[in-house]
Ligand binder design. Structure first.
Ligand code: 13P
Length: 251
C-alpha cells in the first residue's frame, strides 16, 4: 500500500546555521517521539550536505527543492541531479508552482528534470495545481491533467518512484486552505488519471500529498480523506512545533 508522507519545503528560508539548527531540533523531536508516517525535509541546495548526515535516515529523508534540466557542463549557477544525490539526498521537489511561474519551467523542461532525477536515484516529489482563475473557471482538472504530462512519459517502473503533490496555487502561503472535500475530489481525479495511464495497482500505490496552507489545525481532517496521503508543507515546516503537529496528525 501507498505511504503516508509529510514533507517540508523550506523554500528560500534559513541560512546554513539556522537550517542546521532546525534539522537538528526536528531530528531530536522525531527520535524521541517516532512518526507514524514518512517524513521528508526539502532544503535549499547549500544545506543538503550538512543536513543529510545530521538526521537519522530511518526517520527523516532529505531532498532538494529543484535540480537542473541538464546533465553537467557550462550552465553557470545550476545544480545537477547527480550533485544533489552526491550529498546523500534522496528526493527532489520538481514542478513547484513557484518554479513554473517565476522561472518559466515548462512541461518539457520538467520532463527532462524528472528523467535526470530518476537516473540519479532521486525520487521526484512532483507538484501540480491550478491558479485561482483556473479554479474559478472550473478548469482545475484540465490543468492538472496537462501538468502530469511530465511524469506520464515515464515507464510504469519509473513512475512508481514518483510522489505527487497537489498544490492549488491559491492556497499556497495565503492562509486559504482547500477544504478536505475539495482536496479529496481532485486527488481522486488525479488517482483516476494515474489508473488510466498505468493501471489500478500503480494508482493505488501512488502517494498524493496536499499542499497549501496546511497546518496542525487542519492537517488531520485533510489527511483523513482516502485519497490524501499526507502533505507538502511550506511555512509550517519552518517551526518544529508546527511541522511536528502536522506529522502527529497521523497518530
Ligand atoms: P505553504 O504551506 O506555506 O502554503 O506552502 C505550500 C507549498 O508551497 C509547499 O510546497
Amino acid at each position: 500500500m501507498r505511504k503516508n508522507i509529510v514533507a517540508g519545503n523550506w523554500k528560500m528560508n534559513k541560512n546554513l546555521q539556522e537550517g542546521i539548527a532546525l534539522a537538528k531540533e526536528l531530528n531530536e523531536a522525531l527520535v524521541a517521539d517516532k512518526p507514524h508516517c514518512d517524513v521528508i525535509i526539502c532544503t535549499p541546495f547549500i544545506h543538503l550536505a550538512s543536513v543529510t548526515p545530521l538526521v537519522d535516515g530511518n526517520i527523516i529523508g532529505v531532498g532538494a527543492e529543484n535540480c537542473a534540466d541538464k546533465v553537467s557542463g557550462a550552465y553557470t549557477g545550476e545544480v545537477s541531479a547527480e550533485m544533489v544525490a552526491s550529498t546523500g539526498a534522496k528526493y527532489v521537489i520538481l514542478g513547484h508552482s513557484e518554479r513554473r511561474a517565476y522561472y518559466h519551467e515548462t512541461v518539457d523542461i520538467l520532463t527532462e528534470k524528472v528523467k535526470l532525477a530518476l537516473a540519479n536515484g532521486l525520487k521526484p516529489i512532483f507538484c501540480i495545481g491550478e491558479v485561482l482563475e483556473e479554479r474559478e473557471a472550473g478548469k482545475q482538472n484540465e490543468v492538472v491533467a496537462a501538468q502530469l504530462a511530465s511524469v506520464f512519459s515515464l515507464s510504469a517502473e519509473d513512475f512508481s518512484k514518483v510522489i505527487l503533490a497537489y498544490e492549488p496555487v491559491w492556497a499556497i502561503g495565503t492562509g486559504k486552505t482547500a477544504t478536505p472535500e475539495q482536496a479529496e475530489e481532485i486527488h481522486a481525479y488525479i488517482r483516476s488519471l494515474v489508473a488510466d495511464k498505468y493501471g489500478k495497482e500503480v494508482a493505488e500505490n501512488t502517494s498524493i500529498l496536499y499542499g497549501g496552507s496546511c497546518k496542525p489545525s487542519n492537517a488531520k481532517e485533510l489527511f483523513a480523506k482516502p485519497d490524501v496521503d499526507g502533505g507538502l508543507i511550506g511555512g509550517a515546516s519552518l517551526k518544529v512545533a508546527d511541522f511536528k503537529g502536522i506529522i502527529d496528525a497521523f497518530k
